[in-house]
Design a protein around this ligand. Sequence first.
Ligand code: 13P
Length: 225
Amino acid sequence: MIIASNFKMNHTRKSTQQFLNQLKEVKTNHTIRVFPPATALFENEIVGVQNGYPAINGSFTGEIGLEQIKEFNIDKILIGHSERRNLLKESQELITKKFEFYKNENFEITYCIGEPLEIRQKGIDEVIKFLKAQLVGIDINYDKLIVAYEPVWAIGTGISATIQEIEETHNKLREFIKSSLLYGGSVKLENIAEICDIENVDGVLIGTASWQVENFIKMINQVKG
Ligand code: 13P
């Protein structure tokens, strides 16, 4: 299983270092990933970036590019998170450029997709149509691709999608996506084991519940295998 923590805009450099130090002591067969903010990057094989501009360097105020990421020997990136799509208005075109750029650099790309509530309410066919539109221009056969299904309405709400909703959506995604499929959206200590047990769920991408390292470690230990 892949168990990933997305810090979003949480943690400082100091607290991230403490987090990574505590995590180092954990013995697990699972694949662990941590995505700290850009100010708290470390050279560590489990660390990836939450974002990267599709350029080596240049005049892109506020962004970080390949040169800054490579300084930490990082080769893992999150692309397409709904918070960047919705709050920061990242277009599918820009997301596609990021994907191509970091794919050409051989990064492991955790690519996020997820529908808003009004689409979920229209039923599974509309959900899949929406998710497919978020995959336009993305090479879904890229061998270092991980797809994270994160329904927007389940993110940060404390209310995860139901087991049935996750199962049905992942089964449909599996019909055309061969890569690992993660679920994200209010994954917590109480539901992680059950979610990871679902067929076609290959792991989880966790926000809120992962930010306390003790809780993240407990969650990792809940998952079989
Ligand atoms: P929460 O776990 O806080 O719902 O966040 C999920 C998420 O967006 C991970 O990328």
